[in-house]
Design a binder for this molecule. Structure first.
Ligand code: TYM
Length: 333
């Protein structure tokens, strides 16, 4: 009997400084869990990162650390392809092509572009604007069926689907039209200081986010300072954004349901609850932080890993790219 093809998963993360608990719970934790069941391809999206100006030495350091951290989270380079986007030139090439199949109006509507251009008003570059067509190229090069991401990437994914369908209709079926894979719990981890906005590594207030490499002390302090409400009751309800967020984080790292959490903290105050969330996060991150120290000390291993990843990714990506070039009518080289 013919063996059924496993579905293909693609996802990526930017190596722009600190990777947060939001990135981990919204995306990375799921990537790790999906590796046995799917053909997984994961990338450090460093081409995306230069849409905001980077200091070269810091950028290099961040990228290597992010690569080591993802291995430490459990990305297994034997099971999955794990590479650095700028090492596979097909991404930039297909992005250019897809730019020509993406409308100005579509890109103008992207909320992330609007947010980022408000934040970096002195550097609203063309790359920031065209960012979603690079993201579409990332996904479509690998004929991905599913893309595990947090809720903030939903709009970019919808545009990717539109671009794929447009290209397929103009020529013939070329790209798999991907679906998002957004977790029920953890899809939108909120800031600990302002629970109406998402936890973000670019938050100026470091108390708003938990960095994956924060020390246990710092993690405990940040949770103790987390904004809650005056209700003094641990329950999941509308209007209790701070508590809902903490409950969501606790649920993700312990596997408990909201009902179980409400029962656990019945009659207890927020002080106890925040301490429990902090301790659960510290326990969850401890083995990841330990593995990170080992990986980052072994540069030769990291290099061999990302080189091998890029070679494997290039083979798949170039196959799609040459199909695309041929269909459009470029002369073969
Ligand atoms: P990036 O680097 O901002 O974030 C990486 C992943 O983390 C998720 N995420 C969150 N999830 C829950 N709560 C939060 N507070 C939170 N913050 C971030 C994001 O949804 C994402 O899944 N453009 C992408 C990277 C990218 C990509 C791709 C993703 C480039 N090419 C192709 C998927 C497929 C980005 O900037 O993610």
């Amino acid at each position: 009997m013919e063996e059924q093809r496993k579905q293909v998963i693609f996802s990526a993360i930017q190596p722009s400084g600190t990777i947060t608990l939001g990135n981990y719970l919204g995306a990375l934790k799921n990537w790790v869990a999906l590796q046995d069941e799917y053909d997984c391809i994961f990338s450090l999206a460093d081409l995306h990162t230069i849409t905001v100006r980077q200091d070269p030495a810091k950028f290099r350091k961040n990228a290597l650390e992010a690569y080591a951290l993802l291995l430490a989270c459990g990305i297994d380079p034997q099971k999955s392809i794990f590479f650095i986007q700028s090492h596979v030139s097909a991404h930039a090439e297909l992005a250019w092509v897809l730019n020509c199949y993406t409308q100005f109006g579509e890109l103008s509507r992207m909320t992330q572009f609007k947010d980022k251009s408000a934040k970096h008003a002195d550097n609203i570059n063309a790359g920031l604007f065209a960012y979603p067509s690079l993201m579409a190229a990332d996904i479509l090069l690998y004929q991905a069926d599913l893309v595990p991401v947090g809720a903030d990437q939903k709009q970019h994914l919808e545009l990717t689907r539109d671009i794929a369908e447009r290209f397929n209709a103009a020529y013939s079926p070329t790209f798999t039209v991907p679906d998002g894979y957004i977790p029920k719990q953890g899809a939108r981890v909120m800031s600990l200081q302002d629970p109406t906005s998402k936890m973000s590594k670019s938050d100026e207030n470091a108390n708003g986010f938990i960095a994956m490499l924060d020390s246990p002390d710092v993690i405990m302090k940040k949770f103790k300072r987390a904004v809650t409400d005056s209700d003094a009751c641990v329950r999941y309800a509308e209007g209790k954004d701070g508590v809902n967020n903490l409950m969501g984080i606790y649920a993700c790292v312990t596997g408990k349901t909201m009902d179980e959490i409400e029962r656990e903290f019945e009659g207890r105050g927020y002080g106890d609850f925040k301490t429990a969330v902090g301790e659960a996060v510290v326990d969850h991150l401890r083995p990841i932080q330990e593995r990170f120290s080992q990986y980052i000390a072994d540069k030769a291993y990291l290099e061999s890993c990302y080189r091998d990843g890029a070679a494997r990714a290039s083979r798949i990506a170039n196959r799609t790219l040459s199909k695309v070039m041929k269909k459009i009518g470029f002369l073969p080289d």
